[in-house]
Design a protein around this ligand. Structure first.
Ligand SMILES: [Zn+2]
Length: 193
């Protein structure tokens, strides 16, 4: 973890022995984690790690954006609505509305939009146009859901091969997965990625 690295909610920043929790962070199991999107800032003098949000206008950034990250806010029969809050590695001021058509989520084993994404998921995809609403695709391997919570108990889900598993209640959920952010719960899994 380096200074100025973009972090997502729940991402591990340091252990509590290394750094104290600063702005926009929290501690769980002795680990300091980010509570929001932003840049990690390691305050070496006070031994504190903070998360700072560098906001830019999304409409300007949209012109050159290669990736868009956002939250799924609604799932319909054949598409999902997404609120983009980050373009490439930059958090934007406000959000930009986007549509994710089912046709652009397709992957073997995913048979409906409801199997691809769920409300509250954080997804990363590629913007296909420069207008609002932005049309997103998550077809490529690196794109898809990058952060999700258990639909039963709300715990952050962990990736286990091609499914997501809840470390709290054991629930297993399917998604169209991208480069998933939460790789371990910090206490149990030693599995290599
Ligand atoms: Zn659960």
């Amino acid at each position: 973890m380096a200074d100025n690295e973009i972090v997502l909610p729940s991402q591990r920043l340091a252990t509590e022995e290394e750094f104290m929790p600063g702005d926009n962070t929290y501690v769980i199991n002795g680990e300091v984690r980010a509570s929001q999107v932003g840049k990690a800032f390691f305050d070496m003098i006070n031994r504190k790690v903070n998360v700072i949000s560098p906001k830019k206008s999304g409409v300007i950034l949209l012109k050159n954006a290669k990736t868009a990250t956002g939250e799924v806010v609604e799932v319909r029969d054949d598409m999902a609505y997404v609120e983009i809050f980050m373009l490439d590695e930059k958090e934007i001021s406000g959000t930009i509305s986007a549509i994710l058509p089912f046709a652009y989520t397709k992957e073997k084993g995913i048979e409906s939009i409801k199997e691809a994404v769920r409300i509250g998921d954080i997804i990363r995809g590629k913007p296909l146009n420069k207008n609002i609403p932005v049309i997103l695709t998550i077809k490529q391997k690196e794109f898809g859901v990058i952060f999700a919570r258990c639909s039963i108990c709300g715990t952050v889900l962990l990736r286990e091969e091609n499914v997501l598993k809840c470390g709290n209640c054991g629930n297993i959920e399917k998604r169209k997965l991208g480069v998933y952010m939460v790789k371990r719960n910090g206490t149990k899994s030693q599995r290599k990625e």
